[in-house]
Design a protein around this ligand. Structure first.
Ligand code: 5GP
Length: 211
């Protein structure tokens, strides 16, 4: 019986280190996971490559993706659109891969509404001070954008209770293992194994008739 993969959403404040965690997860367990690449209208940062970090779109291109139902969800974040292309996610789940969406909270809640068995994980830095230091330290945004991202982090903190798990990213390797275990353990949940349960039940029924 081939099983569909688990759909997980990983969110976290900008600077929580979730991008690095995703890279490590894919490196360590590369046959297990598929990371969805989002479309965005944000400009590429230095070093970002089209089709690797994002599919970079003009607002017009993005709006036409919305109209053509090519996105599972989309949201506006600090002045730009971000969205999850549908086709890749559906194809990978069918193949049995565990698909990860690294998206912000509004999108996460929309995905959960559409696909209620989505696993929602929230990654947090150990403290707000560490978050600010990481954002400044990576040097990819100006101070105005950093401040906007920090106030967005406060807004996002108000919705964290909607997530299934809250993981603190203090030590990278420990955090990666924890995220991996949470996703893999989810496979044993009884409600995700209804087909198996029904199958075994049918077989048992056959035995019990003979009694
Ligand atoms: P960044 O500009 O730092 O790459 O991403 C900004 C925020 O947008 C992050 O919280 C990231 O998780 C989120 N994001 C990236 N892709 C998507 C997407 O497809 N949909 C939604 N809703 N958020 C996304």
């Amino acid at each position: 019986m081939k099983k569909k993969g688990i759909l997980s959403v990983v969110s976290g404040f900008s600077g929580s280190g979730k991008g690095t965690i995703m890279k490590e997860l894919l490196k360590n367990y590369k046959d297990q996971y598929a990371l969805s690449i989002s479309a965005t209208t944000r400009k590429p940062r230095v070093g970002e490559v089209e089709g690797r970090e994002y599919f970079f779109k003009t607002p017009e291109e993005f709006e036409s993706m919305i109209e053509n139902n090519q996105l599972i969800e989309y949201a506006c974040y600090v002045g730009n659109y971000y969205g999850t292309p549908r086709a890749y996610v559906e194809e990978m789940l069918e193949k049995g891969k565990d698909v990860i969406l690294e998206i912000e909270i509004q999108g996460a809640l929309k995905v959960k509404e559409k696909f209620p068995d989505t696993l929602l994980l929230f990654i947090s830095p150990p403290s707000a001070e560490v978050l600010k230091e990481r954002l400044i330290g990576r040097g990819t945004e100006d101070m105005d954008t950093i401040n906007k991202r920090l106030s967005r982090a406060f807004e996002e903190s108000l919705g964290v209770e909607n997530y299934d798990y809250f993981v603190i990213n203090d030590d990278l390797a420990t955090c990666v293992k924890e995220v991996h275990s949470l996703i893999q353990n989810e496979k044993s949940r009884a409600s995700r194994n209804i087909n198996y349960i029904n199958h075994i039940r049918e077989e048992l029924k056959g035995f019990s008739k003979g009694e």
